[in-house]
Design a protein around this ligand. Structure first.
Ligand SMILES: [Zn+2]
Length: 501
């Protein structure tokens, strides 16, 4: 059990939210201390405030300085600093460079545990049973999780989307900053209180999770452009021989009926081999030219949905472009899908990842969705919310957490396949993906992925299906939990039932 106490009246609700969110990710049982007189002797207290409290010498304290950044976020954004552990003092797993946005003003007495990389200035120190952290990890975590970093930037693309490149600090999205903080919390606890163990976060002793999903934009595997791209950029030799053999592969594939009907049974069988299922986000309406346009209500689609549900897969809504900013449209599309499945549709992901935190998150709340998995980048991999973990975003108007979970999307197949995105060869795509898998494992975190159903087929000449299998195999080989996105959401909701007042 750990305790936390907040002495920061202006930022109290936000700080409370951050502690509860990060402790859930760390698998720590916690209680909030409302008055100092009730400090239990054998516990550890995380204290967030302007000055360290006066506590007994035997009380174990982790003090995090409040940098009062809520008063001037713009200023803070320009003060990003790196710090990394001084291995001499902290022989822990946390050896990755870590971001902090905010440096505090509180002096840090004692031995250096972490220092700023460039200046070697102490950031986290230890003196007897007290640890002092100068960096305002709490405010940083709050702003990153809730996408305040992007709310400060006005640039959007023609679909109203934010991209990594619009940020003046795009590198912040390369690492899961929040997950690093969670690991840091665990590291500090192991220095101060090795007797306090964080609970295993994932079921059956798994050390991390990979959550599977497929956006259903199309039923046909091949388009002319995709076939051309596969012949030119697929794996194997680049010369005419390679192109010819891949072209022949496309032709063979085109002649298979299931390649025109969504590949659903192929995907179900493939995932069965790994003892898992996935979540399929179905588009149901075509309003704008870029919306999906297969026959949403055909018998084949209805039967496919029933087949998926019968095989343990789950079905969510892939909202058309308009639904990102319109509650009625979003509600209507969900109702269409519910009429087909005869169940409540719990999850959603926007087509084209068209999403704006300030406008779209409130829609999920008012439509009472259980989870969303849109918050990722459409053209690059990365941690848009600073984390791979599911979390409840913060509702500024009610000053408390929303009731739906955001499961940030980190990896999507189209990022690697399309000319206007990264467009890399499969072997290079795998190197990028492996880095994310390794980080997920290192931080005992979670990785949500989206592999489009039309891009998964047998004998795939694009190499994309083989990468998908490789992800599943790597996860199985490294003790990861492979699950559907919806099962992850259900698991996390149950786990975080113990909510704060
Ligand atoms: Zn889509």
């Amino acid at each position: 059990m750990v305790y936390f106490k907040i002495d920061s009246p202006a930022f109290y609700k936000q700080a409370q939210y951050v502690f509860v969110t990060l402790f859930a990710m760390a698998g720590l049982r916690w209680r909030e201390l409302k008055s100092e007189s009730t400090i239990p002797a054998e516990s550890v207290i995380f204290f967030y405030g302007t000055n360290p409290p006066n506590v007994q010498p035997q009380t174990r304290l982790i003090f995090i300085g409040d940098g009062h950044f809520q008063q001037n976020l713009n200023f803070a954004m320009t003060h990003i600093k790196w710090f990394e552990p001084d291995k001499k003092y902290l022989p822990l797993a946390h050896q990755e460079k870590t971001f902090t946005l905010f440096g505090g003003q509180v002096p840090a007495p004692g031995n250096k545990l972490f220092s700023q990389t460039d200046t070697d200035e102490p950031i986290i120190t230890q003196k007897d049973k007290k640890i002092y952290c100068r960096a305002d990890l709490i405010a940083t975590a709050f702003y990153i999780l809730n996408l305040e970093t992007e709310n400060l930037v006005k640039t959007r693309d023609r679909y109203g989307r934010y991209h990594k490149k619009y940020s003046n600090i795009p590198e912040i999205y390369d690492h899961p900053v929040i997950d690093q903080y969670v690991t840091l919390f665990r590291s500090l606890l192991s220095v101060l209180a090795p007797d306090i163990e964080s609970k295993s976060i994932w079921p059956n002793g798994h050390s991390f999770a990979v959550a599977l999903s497929h956006d259903v934009d199309r039923l046909n595997t091949w388009t002319f452009r995709k076939a051309k791209r596969a012949a030119l950029n697929g794996p194997g030799p680049a010369g005419w021989k390679g192109k010819f053999s891949r072209g022949f592969g496309v032709l063979k594939s085109v002649l298979q009926p299931e390649r025109w009907r969504g590949n659903f049974s192929y995907i179900v069988e493939l995932e069965k081999k790994f003892g898992t299922q996935s979540t399929f986000f179905f588009a149901v309406q075509h309003r704008l030219p870029r919306d999906p346009q297969f026959r949403f209500l055909s018998d084949h689609v209805k039967n496919s949905i029933i087949y998926l549900l019968q095989n343990g897969a789950s079905v969510g809504l892939h909202g058309s472009l308009m639904t990102a900013f319109d509650k009625n449209d979003l509600d209507k599309e969900r109702q269409i899908l519910q009429n087909i499945t005869n169940t409540v549709i719990l999850g959603t992901r926007q087509h084209y990842l068209r999403f704006d935190a300030l406008k779209t998150w409130p829609l999920y709340e008012s439509c009472k969705f259980t989870y969303d998995s849109t918050a990722g980048f459409a053209s690059e991999t990365g941690y848009r919310c600073g984390t791979g973990f599911p979390f409840y975003p913060f509702n500024k108007s009610s000053n408390s957490a929303y009731h739906f979970l955001e499961i940030p999307l980190v990896l999507m197949d189209s990022i690697f396949l399309l000319e206007h995105k990264l467009y890399v060869k499969p072997e290079n795509a795998w190197q990028i993906i492996k880095k994310h898998l390794e980080m997920t494992r290192q931080y005992n975190s979670c990785l949500a992925i989206n592999w489009h159903n039309n891009n998964i087929c047998p004998g795939d000449v694009t190499g994309n299906t083989q990468i998908y299998e490789k992800i599943l195999q790597w996860t199985a080989d490294h003790n990861g939990w492979i699950c559907s996105l919806e099962n992850l959401a259900k698991y996390w909701r149950k786990k975080t039932d113990e909510k704060y007042e």
